[in-house]
Design a protein around this ligand. Structure first.
Ligand code: TPP
Ligand code: MG
Length: 910
C-alpha cells in the first residue's frame, strides 16, 4: 500500500473497509451481539499486541444508541398524540406572547418548551406515573423555564382554566395566576420541586433517587418501580452542581434515576459548544462516571440514509460537524445543507440526490421524533443497575421559523407578530381561524373531544395527573418529654458540656425513641467526628446500599465504622451540596413519599448558608422541614481555625430565608426546648418551616432551666437572671463574693443581653459591673431573627389598624419596663442586636464580631473582637457615663483595670 498513489490507496482502503464491515454484518446476523463484542475485543487486543496505540475514547459514534431494529412502535394513537402536542405547543406560546403584549417585559420563555415538547409529551402519554390510589408516583424535576408547556398541558387536561393562563406571571390577580417557574411555595398543589436555579434540579434529583432507595432499604417505603426524572438543559450542564455528583448515582446503581438532557445546542446567549459537540462531551462525562447513556440524535427519516451508509461516510460526517455549524443548518435552507453537509464528498451527495432541498431541511432530529423518544424512555425505564441519561438532540425554538427557530436570539423571544403566529399555526395545524390569529387566543377543544378524552384516559391509566403535589403523611403527635427532661434539669454533677455535645445527646435519645426514632435522619458531610457523633456510627449504622463488604479497620473497637443496608446515618462525604440535597429529600418526604422523616443535617456553620445558600432557598421553596445544625459556630467560640471557618455571618444569612427559624442557644435547656417545639410545630401542627440552630464547641456549665422561660426561649428573648439574683448568688458563694458591689447605686442600671456562648461572657460582665456599682440584669437572646420578625409583624398590624389599640412587639414587652442602658453582645454581626434596637425604647449598645476571623485561642479572639466580659463591662460603663449615670473617674479606672486599649485597631476592618 505504501507504493500506491493516494487515489489507489484510498480505493483500496475503501474495499478493505467494505470487507471488514461485511464480515461484521455477517457475524451480527449469525450470532448474538456478545459474539460481535468478543470479536471486536479480540481485534483490539491483536492490534495492541502489534503496537497499535488506540487513542482513548469515551464516546460512541454520533448516531443513535438504539438501533432501528431494536425499536418498538409507540403504542396508542400517534395521530391524536401529535394533535395534542400541537395544542400544547400553541397554548404555551400564546401564554407567553399574550403576557408580554399586555405587560411589556413580564418575560417568559417560548423556545425552550418548543424544543422539548416531544420529550415531555411522550412522558405524559406513556411513562410518568401519577399518585392515584396511593401509587408510588414518579418524581419529576421539570426544566424550570419549560413551565409554559407544563401549564398548557394542565389547561388542556382541565386542571387550569383560561384565567390561570391569562395570568401567567401575574400570580396575584383575581382568579389566580401562574408562577413563572416551578415553585411549590407558590403553587403547593401543583409543583413539587423548584428547579429554575440551574444546576440545583439535577443534583437534588440524584439525592432524591438515592433517598428513595434509602427509604426502601430502611423499610420506610415499599420497594416500587418509581422513577425520578430530571429534565435539564444542555447549557445547564455547565453548572458544576449539575454534573458534580453523577458518580454517586452510578456508584449507588440508581436505576430509578433518569436524566433527560434537552440538547438543543443553545443556551441563552448562543451555542453551548459552537466549536465542539456538547452531546459527545456529555456522553464522555456520563459514560466515564458509569451511566447508561442513550443518545437520541437522529429522527426516523435518517434511518434509511444511515442504512445505506455502507462505508461509514455519513457517520463520520455527522461526527465531525461542530454544533455551531449544526445550528446554522437549522436556520439555512436545504441548498445550504446539500452544499456544506452533504457536498463534502460526492458519495455523500449521491445519498440524498433523491431528496428535494425542502425534504433535506426537514429531516428531523431525534428529540422531535416520538418513536425515538419513546424507545429511549422505554430502555431507560427498564435498565437495571445503573442510572440513565438521555441526550436528546432538539432544535431551540422549534416551529418558530423566522421568529427565532435555531437563532441566537431565540431564548429571549417573547413576542410574535401576526405573520409569525400564522406560520406557527400552519406548521402545527392548530384550528384557529385567520380572523382571530392576531389575538393569539388560547385553544381548548371541549371535554368530549377526542384529544381531551385521550389525554385524560392516558393520565388515568398512568395513575393521574402530573405534576401534582400531595401531602400524604399524616401529622404525628409524639410524646417527647422523656427525651428532653434531662436537659431541662441542667448538667448533673456539675460536668461541663458544649451545646454540640448536648445536641448529639439529644439526637441519640431521639434515635432511641420508640415513636420518632426510625424517622430521624442524621446527615453529615464527613464531620461526624468533629461534632463527637462517632458513637452513632455503631448505634444506628451508616447507610450503605450494599451493606459492608469489608471488615472495618476499627472492627474490634466499641465505636467501629459500621456501614449497613438499613443504616440510618447519611454520611455524605465532603459535599455540603449533596448533604443539603439529602436534607431536602428527607425534609420534603412528607409530600413526595408520604413519610414524615425528620432530617438533622449538621455541618460546619461557615459551609452552610454561605456555601449552599441557594439550596437552602430551594428547601424553603419546597416547603422543607427539619433541622439544620451549624456546628462549631461563633466567630470567637471556634478557636484556632481562623478566617475561613469562624462564623459570624450565618444568622444574618438565615434571616433572608422566610421559612427558616434561626436560633443561637446558649444552654442545654434552650436547645432542648427549641428542638422539642420545632418537632411539635413542624410534624404535629403541620408548619412548613425548618430550623437553623447554631451549636458551639466551648464547654461550660449547663444550668437548670429557670421557671417560666419556655415561651421566651421560643420567641427569642427571656430574662436569665436579675441583678438581685446574681447578688444573692455571689453572697451565697464566698468564692465570687469579692466581685459583689459594696453599694448598688440605684441610677446605675443595665440590661445585658447575650446569646450563644457569649451569654457566659455577659454573665461574667454582670459580676464585673457590680464592682463598679452597676446593677445589671441578664437576658438570653436565643433568636434576634425571630424578635425582629415578630416586631415587624406587630408594627405592620398597627400600621394597618390605626384606630385600634396598639399591639406591642414581644421585645418591647420584655425590655420597655426595665431600667438602665441596654447592651447586647453576640458572636455574630453587630447587625443582629441592631435589628431589635428600634423596639427597645432607648439606645442599644451592640457588640459583635464584624470582620475576618483569626487563628487564635478563644480568649484572644474575644479580646480582638471586643466581645468578652471586659468589653461588655467597658461598653456598659462608657454608655452609662455618657448619659451621666457613672462618673468619669469610674470609667477611666475600669478601662485601666480591664486593660482596654482605646486606640486598638477596629476588628471590623483589619
Ligand atoms: C443559576 C442560574 N443562572 C442563570 C439563569 C438564567 N437562565 C435561565 S435559562 C438560561 C439558559 C438555559 O440554557 P439551557 O440550559 O441550554 O436551556 P434551554 O433553554 O436551551 O433548554 C439562563 C442562563 C438561571 N435560571 N439560573
Ligand atoms: Mg439548551
Amino acid at each position: 500500500m505504501k507504493n500506491l498513489s493516494p487515489v489507489d490507496a484510498a480505493a483500496l482502503e475503501a474495499v478493505e473497509t467494505r470487507e471488514w464491515i461485511d464480515s461484521l454484518d455477517y457475524v451480527l446476523k449469525q450470532a448474538d451481539t456478545g459474539r460481535s463484542l468478543r470479536l471486536l475485543d479480540a481485534l483490539r487486543a491483536r492490534a495492541r499486541q502489534s503496537g497499535v496505540r488506540e487513542p482513548f475514547t469515551s464516546t460512541t459514534p454520533y448516531i443513535n444508541t438504539i438501533a432501528p431494529a431494536d425499536e418498538v412502535p409507540v403504542p396508542g394513537d400517534r395521530e391524536i398524540e401529535r394533535r395534542i402536542k400541537s395544542l400544547v405547543r400553541w397554548n404555551a406560546l400564546a401564554m407567553v406572547v399574550r403576557a408580554n403584549r399586555e405587560s411589556d417585559g413580564i418575560g417568559g420563555h417560548i423556545s425552550t418548551f418548543a424544543s422539548s415538547a416531544t420529550l415531555y409529551e411522550i412522558g405524559f402519554n406513556h411513562f410518568f406515573r401519577g399518585k392515584d390510589a396511593g401509587q408510588d408516583a414518579d418524581l419529576i424535576y421539570f426544566q424550570g423555564h419549560a413551565s409554559p408547556g407544563i401549564y398548557a398541558r394542565a389547561f388542556l387536561e382541565g386542571r387550569l382554566n383560561e384565567t390561570h393562563l391569562r395570568n401567567f406571571r401575574h400570580e396575584m390577580r383575581a382568579g389566580g395566576g401562574l408562577s413563572s417557574y416551578p415553585h411549590p411555595w407558590l403553587m403547593p398543589d401543583f409543583w413539587e420541586f423548584p428547579t429554575v436555579s440551574m444546576g440545583l434540579g439535577p443534583l437534588m434529583a440524584i439525592y432524591q433517587a438515592r433517598y428513595a432507595k434509602y427509604l426502601e432499604n430502611r423499610g420506610l417505603k415499599p420497594v416500587s418501580d418509581q422513577k425520578i426524572w430530571a429534565f435539564l438543559g444542555d447549557g445547564e450542564t455547565d453548572e458544576p452542581e449539575a454534573l458534580g455528583s453523577i458518580s454517586l448515582a452510578a456508584r449507588e446503581k440508581l436505576d430509578n434515576l433518569i436524566f433527560v438532557v434537552n440538547c438543543n445546542l443553545q443556551r441563552l446567549d448562543g451555542p453551548v459548544r459552537g466549536n465542539g459537540q456538547i452531546v459527545q462531551e456529555l456522553e464522555a462525562v456520563f459514560r466515564g462516571a458509569g451511566w447508561n447513556v442513550i443518545k437520541v440524535l437522529w429522527g426516523s427519516d435518517w434511518d434509511q440514509l444511515l442504512a445505506r451508509d455502507t462505508e461509514g461516510l455519513l457517520v463520520r460526517r455527522m461526527s465531525e460537524v461542530v454544533d455551531g455549524e449544526y445550528q446554522r443548518y437549522v436556520v439555512e435552507g436545504g441548498a445550504y445543507l446539500r452544499k456544506l453537509f452533504w457536498g463534502t464528498d460526492p458519495r455523500l451527495a449521491d445519498m440524498v440526490r433523491h431528496l428535494s432541498d425542502d425534504q433535506l431541511k426537514h429531516l428531523r432530529v431525534g428529540g422531535h421524533d416520538p418513536l425515538k423518544v419513546y424507545n429511549a424512555y422505554r430502555l431507560a425505564t427498564t435498565t437495571k443497575g445503573m442510572p440513565t441519561v438521555i441526550l436528546a438532540r432538539t432544535i431551540k425554538g422549534y416551529g418558530l421559523g423566522e421568529a427565532g427557530e435555531g437563532k441566537n436570539i431565540t431564548h429571549q423571544q417573547k413576542k410574535m407578530n401576526e405573520s409569525d403566529l400564522r406560520t406557527f399555526r400552519d406548521r402545527f395545524n392548530v384550528p384557529i381561524p385567520d380572523d382571530r390569529i392576531a389575538d393569539a387566543p388560547f385553544y381548548r377543544p371541549d371535554d368530549q373531544s377526542a384529544e381531551v378524552a385521550y389525554m385524560k384516559e392516558r393520565r388515568a391509566a398512568l395513575g393521574g395527573f402530573v405534576p401534582r403535589r400531595v401531602v400524604s403523611a399524616p401529622a404525628i403527635h409524639p410524646k417527647m418529654t422523656d427525651v428532653f427532661d434531662e436537659f431541662v434539669k441542667g448538667a448533673e454533677g456539675g460536668r461541663k458540656a458544649s451545646t454540640t455535645m448536648v445536641f448529639v445527646k439529644i439526637l441519640a435519645k431521639l434515635l432511641r425513641d420508640k415513636e420518632l426514632g426510625k424517622l430521624v435522619v442524621p446527615i453529615v458531610p464527613d464531620e461526624a467526628r468533629t461534632f463527637g457523633m462517632e458513637s452513632l456510627f455503631r448505634a444506628v449504622g451508616i447507610y450503605s446500599s450494599i451493606g459492608q463488604v469489608y471488615e472495618p479497620v476499627d472492627m474490634d473497637t466499641l465505636l467501629y465504622y459500621k456501614e449497613a443496608k438499613d443504616g440510618q446515618i447519611l454520611e455524605e462525604g465532603i459535599t455540603e451540596a449533596g448533604s443539603i440535597s439529602s436534607f431536602i429529600a428527607a425534609g420534603t418526604a412528607y409530600a413526595s413519599h408520604g413519610v414524615n422523616t425528620i432530617p438533622f443535617f449538621i455541618f460546619y456553620s461557615m459551609f452552610g448558608f454561605q456555601r449552599v445558600g441557594d439550596f437552602i432557598w430551594a428547601a424553603a421553596d419546597a416547603r422543607c422541614r427539619g433541622f439544620l445544625l451549624g456546628g462549631t459556630a461563633g466567630r470567637t467560640t471556634l478557636a484556632g481555625e481562623g478566617l475561613q471557618h469562624q462564623d459570624g455571618n450565618s444568622h444574618t444569612l438565615a434571616l433572608s430565608v422566610p421559612t427558616c427559624r434561626a436560633y443561637d442557644p446558649a444552654y442545654a435547656y434552650e436547645l432542648a426546648t427549641i428542638i422539642e417545639d420545632g418537632i411539635q410545630r413542624m410534624y404535629g401542627d403541620g408548619e412548613q418551616a425548618f430550623y437553623y440552630i447554631t451549636v458551639m464547641n466551648e464547654q461550660y456549665d449547663m444550668p437548670a432551666m429557670p421557671d417560666g422561660v419556655r415561651d421566651g426561649i421560643i420567641k427569642g428573648l427571656y430574662r436569665f437572671n436579675t441583678a438581685a439574683d446574681s447578688d444573692a448568688k455571689s453572697k451565697a458563694n464566698p468564692s465570687t463574693s469579692k466581685a459583689s458591689p459594696k453599694a448598688l447605686r440605684a441610677e446605675a442600671r443595665a440590661q445585658l443581653i447575650g446569646s450563644g456562648a457569649i451569654l457566659n461572657e455577659v454573665v461574667k460582665a454582670q459580676g464585673l459591673l457590680a464592682k463598679y456599682g452597676v446593677a445589671a440584669d441578664v437576658w438570653s437572646a436565643t433568636s434576634y431573627n425571630e424578635l425582629y420578625r415578630d416586631a415587624h409583624r406587630v408594627e405592620r398590624w398597627n400600621l394597618l389598624h390605626p384606630t385600634e389599640p396598639k399591639r406591642v412587639p414581644y421585645v418591647t414587652q420584655c425590655l420597655a419596663e426595665t431600667e438602665g442602658i441596654v447592651v447586647a453582645a453576640s458572636d455574630y454581626l453587630k447587625s443582629q442586636p441592631d435589628m431589635i434596637s428600634r423596639w427597645v425604647g432607648r439606645p442599644v449598645v451592640t457588640l459583635g464580631t464584624d470582620g475576618f476571623g483569626r487563628s487564635e485561642d478563644r480568649a484572644s479572639l474575644r479580646d480582638f473582637f471586643e466581645v468578652d466580659a471586659r468589653y461588655i463591662t467597658a461598653a456598659t460603663l462608657s454608655a452609662l457615663h455618657r448619659q451621666g449615670d457613672v462618673d468619669a473617674a469610674t470609667v477611666q479606672k475600669a478601662f485601666k483595670d480591664l486593660e482596654i486599649n482605646p486606640d486598638k485597631a477596629d476588628p471590623a476592618t483589619t
